[in-house]
Write a protein that binds this ligand. Structure first.
Ligand SMILES: [Zn+2]
Length: 164
């Protein structure tokens, strides 16, 4: 059976789904499953090929990961402006204490973030990574977050990291 094409599925392919099982087949035929950070580079250079099993309720399908850039964007290895809403630039950030915050002196506080540069925060992990690099913010990516471009996006940030 020929594997199906992940590229043909496009953005609907669940690259980061926990149920997806990745298989890497090296040039010499060695098979490993569960890919590491180097898999993208090895696949790009042709040292290996990447496959994924997408389990369905009736049967599972084998896919070849033939759009490696899409794979890398989904895994945060390549910046993806379309998916994250975030340009790859220095953001113009404003923040205020969120009205819901009852402990403004706590180690983590809820803030409302506005981006005057026009970016939208659709992916908190990607935003946290950028803000750590740009301003040293320590954003809690495991807690709740949300909002809109008009009211701002609320998120938990380590208070002391906002001062730097
Ligand atoms: Zn921006």
């Amino acid at each position: 059976m020929e594997p199906r094409s992940a590229a043909a599925v496009g953005r609907d392919f669940p690259y980061t789904a926990k149920t997806l099982c990745y298989i890497e087949v090296a040039e010499d035929g060695t098979v490993s499953h569960g890919v590491d950070a180097g898999a993208y580079e090895r696949a790009r250079s042709g040292e290996s090929r990447l496959f994924a099993v997408w389990p369905g309720s009736w049967r599972s399908d084998l896919f070849v990961i033939d759009d490696l850039d899409e794979y890398a964007r989904a895994h945060g290895l390549l910046h993806d402006q379309q998916r994250t809403g975030l340009a790859d630039h220095e953001h113009a950030v404003r923040w205020t204490l969120d009205p819901s915050e009852k402990k403004p002196m706590g180690s983590y506080i809820t803030v409302r973030v506005h981006l005057d540069c026009g970016c939208a925060i659709n992916d908190l992990d990607a935003f946290a990574k950028q803000m750590r690099a740009q301003q040293g913010w320590d954003i809690a990516t495991t807690g709740g977050w949300g909002g809109s471009t008009t009211s701002g996006t609320y998120m938990r940030v380590r208070r002391k990291s906002l001062d730097s």
